[in-house]
Design a binder for this molecule. Structure first.
Ligand SMILES: CC(C)(COP(=O)(O)OP(=O)(O)OC[C@H]1O[C@@H](n2cnc3c(N)ncnc32)[C@H](O)[C@@H]1OP(=O)(O)O)[C@@H](O)C(=O)NCCC(=O)NCCS
Length: 165
């Protein structure tokens, strides 16, 4: 059994084009990098083209500054039939002091597509370590929570009239 490529690490220097006037990186700029890491992680794992189906539990715990080095640690936690949950943790590092901070974490659901654009099956995860099993179980619980939230959200839906505003 060949080893699965389910982890991916991406390191990026934070440049001024990613930041606001105070030198703090925009949340959206970081989200773009997180999405790229999720894409690369899921595509490499499944050996397929993948799309982002959803993103949840995004938590910006601490600001990231221009000039810091950010490393994204991505991992395929859970796999359904055609979907994969990729968990990502962002660590920012001050290049002078080498001080590191866990700034962000989130969970992407990525779906594999075939050449006709249809959702297509992905390989089952090999759960070899205790950590793999814990991450898988947590991913499965989040999937159930996601389904429940989606259902409850449907019930909260309010139709916005066309002449609104
Ligand atoms: C998300 C998407 C792939 C679902 O396609 P679909 O044909 O409706 O999919 P299905 O109902 O067959 O579901 C396929 C898988 O996606 C999952 N899925 C569908 N919608 C989802 C959502 N909103 N969040 C998380 N997972 C979702 C399903 O649970 C299923 O997983 P499984 O096969 O592991 O059980 C499709 O709606 C799509 O292509 N959306 C656009 C994606 C995109 O362009 N992303 C970039 C945004 S700019």
């Amino acid at each position: 059994m060949s080893k699965q490529q389910k982890q991916l690490t991406m390191t990026i220097l934070m440049t001024p084009d990613m930041a606001n006037f105070s030198g703090i990186v925009h949340g959206g700029a970081l989200l773009q990098l997180l999405d790229r890491a999720a894409y690369a992680c899921a595509a490499r794992y499944s050996k397929k083209y993948v799309v982002t189906a959803s993103l949840d539990q995004v938590s910006f715990k601490a600001p990231i500054l221009v000039g810091e080095l950010v490393t994204l640690y991505a991992n395929v936690n859970y796999v359904g039939r055609t979907s994969m949950e990729v968990g990502i943790k962002a660590i920012a590092e001050d290049l002078k002091s080498h001080e590191q901070r866990h700034t962000t974490s989130c969970y992407f659901t990525m779906v594999a597509k075939d050449d006709d654009g249809k959702s297509t099956p992905v390989p089952a995860l090999n759960l070899t370590t205790e950590l793999d099993k814990k991450l898988y179980q947590a991913g499965k619980m989040r999937l159930e929570m996601r389904r429940e939230i989606n259902q409850r959200n449907l019930e909260l839906h309010v139709e916005i009239p066309e002449d609104f505003g």
